[in-house]
Design a protein. Structure first.
Length: 142
């Protein structure tokens, strides 16, 4: 299976994952906007055990947003890397941190009811006012 490589902006953190995202989407909630510094956060779901850190464990910082979500970022450059979903055993990898293009593109928009008023969604993907049901419709593990 093809491997995808990812990294933070400064290169202190590098990782690899198989090209087997279970689901992918855009989150428009205010917390993801702040964490990504953008109108939305493009993410892909991958089982945590499939994420392989190549270098930079010392550089990764964590912020426990809640019991269900622990955010990870590079402590050197601040790049957003992923949201650990420990209760589900999944990582919501920030697609912008990938150096390679995954075969699965975002499938839907989540938390559209709280999107930034100044942002217009310009595609025809399904939209959910709250959380999407992407993880329940996940593609089979590859």
């Amino acid at each position: 299976m093809k491997q995808l490589k990812g990294a933070c902006l400064c290169g202190a953190v590098e990782y690899t994952i198989p090209d087997a995202l279970r689901y992918a989407g855009y989150c428009h909630c205010s917390e993801c906007r702040r964490f990504s510094g953008s109108a939305s956060s493009a993410f892909g779901g991958i089982p945590k055990e499939r994420f392989r850190l190549l270098k930079g464990e010392h550089a990764i910082r964590h912020y426990a947003k809640s019991a269900a979500t622990v955010l990870a970022f590079c402590g050197t450059c601040g790049s957003s890397l992923y949201a650990d979903k420990p209760q589900r055993g999944m990582l919501h990898l920030r697609l912008g941190s990938l150096l390679d293009e995954p075969s699965l593109a975002p499938q839907a928009h989540a938390h559209v009811a709280s999107k930034a008023a100044w942002h217009e969604i310009g595609d025809d993907l399904p939209r959910f006012d709250g959380p999407s049901n992407l993880s329940q419709r996940a593609a089979p593990a590859g």
